[in-house]
Design a protein around this ligand. Structure first.
Ligand code: CUA
Length: 353
């Protein structure tokens, strides 16, 4: 079996072909492996463009399906003719050399015009979608400033004076105009359920807009290689009813509630003195750093660290203990916090609802 595989892979003609029973065994193993792979594909895949939740995502998926069907039909036709010809006209013992021909005008015309018509049709249905999705957002849209950082996304709601990270809250049924920028290198904003990918550049403003049509949480992923932890730069959209969205916005506008629990109070003091405040802002406190996420209401978020970790006491402790260990290349350094410092800082941050 192993020798048969090796022979197939290396095409080593010095070895004997595997015996027929071995070939059968090889195909049995391949069949089981294929079935296993197909079964794996049945697991939940929330980060998919096949679950469109906006007009932009609908347009993209519709185009994709048309192109896929063209591909399937043409692929089956071409491969079918190819296989049929290979079997029908295979070389047989004692066959004379077949007649030698060159060129066939009708076939040449058919297989030149056929692809032109197919590609022309795909262009014809694609152009309107390109123009509509690249057009400026309607004036009634809600602006959200989306800023890419190595390796997390910042979301600012300028009209409400709210700043958050990792989770993009949007109301259902309202067109959102995402104004894309980057603080360092080129990133690419992409939430498959809401539409296509769009780059976020340093020093240049880009935009993407869509109208979410159903509530729920939809994950996304930075799509432009942006450094060591590009793969850890995730985001998620939380689409809410207008009432829930307004309630969320209102809660984010509230000034920070200073904790009363002594452990959290100690953590709050440590936050200001241990270096955290140089990079993070907590509105209403001396901490006004702009390098890392604004942490005013960090405990209200579901995820932390570029959405790599859940926002739990345990995960936050893992993060604070060694940020570059969790997210290689993270700007947040390992501050060598001891166990007590970790405990009080986590208690403080988890109090910032
Ligand atoms: Cu940011 Cu990849």
């Amino acid at each position: 079996m192993a020798r048969g595989l090796k022979r197939l892979i290396t095409n080593d003609l010095t070895q004997r072909w595997p015996a027929p029973s071995r070939v059968r065994r090889l195909f049995a193993v391949l069949a089981v492996a294929t079935a296993g792979l197909i079964a794996c594909a049945c697991s939940e895949t929330p980060q998919t463009a096949f679950n469109p939740r906006s007009e932009y995502a609908d347009d993209g998926l519709n185009l994709f399906i048309v192109v896929i069907w063209f591909g399937v039909i043409i692929g089956v036709l071409v491969e079918g003719v190819l296989i049929w010809a290979a079997i029908q006209y295979r070389r047989r013992p004692r066959d004379p050399l077949p007649p030698q021909i060159h060129g066939n005008t009708i076939i040449e015309i058919l297989w030149t015009t056929g692809p032109v018509i197919v590609v022309g049709y795909i262009l014809f249905i694609t152009l309107p979608v390109i123009f509509s999705t690249q057009a400026p957002a309607p004036p009634s849209s809600m602006d959200v400033e989306v800023i890419g950082h190595q390796f997390w996304w910042e979301f600012q709601y300028p009209d409400a004076n709210v700043v958050t990270a990792n989770e993009l809250h949007l109301p259902v049924g309202q067109t959102a105009n995402l104004i894309l920028q980057s603080d360092d290198v080129i990133h690419s904003f992409w939430i498959p359920a809401l539409g296509g990918k769009r780059d976020a550049f340093p020093g240049h403003t880009n935009f993407i807009w869509m109208t979410p049509n159903s509530t729920g949480e939809f994950p996304g992923q930075c799509y432009q290689l942006c450094g060591y932890s590009h793969g850890n730069m995730r985001e998620r959209a939380i689409i809410e009813s207008p009432t829930d969205f307004q309630a969320w916005l209102k809660s984010q506008q509230q000034p920070v509630v200073q904790p009363t629990d002594p452990t959290a109070v100690e953590g709050g003091q440590l936050f200001q003195t241990r270096g955290c405040a140089a990079c993070h802002a907590i509105n209403g406190t001396p901490a006004q750093g702009k390098v890392g996420p604004n942490l005013t209401h960090v405990a209200s978020r579901g995820v932390i660290a570029g959405s790599v970790l859940q926002n739990t006491t345990q995960d936050m402790r893992v993060w604070l203990k060694d940020p570059p260990g969790v997210k290689p290349g993270s700007i947040m350094p390992n501050l060598s916090l001891n166990d007590h410092e970790l405990d009080v800082l986590v208690a403080y941050l988890q109090s910032l609802k």
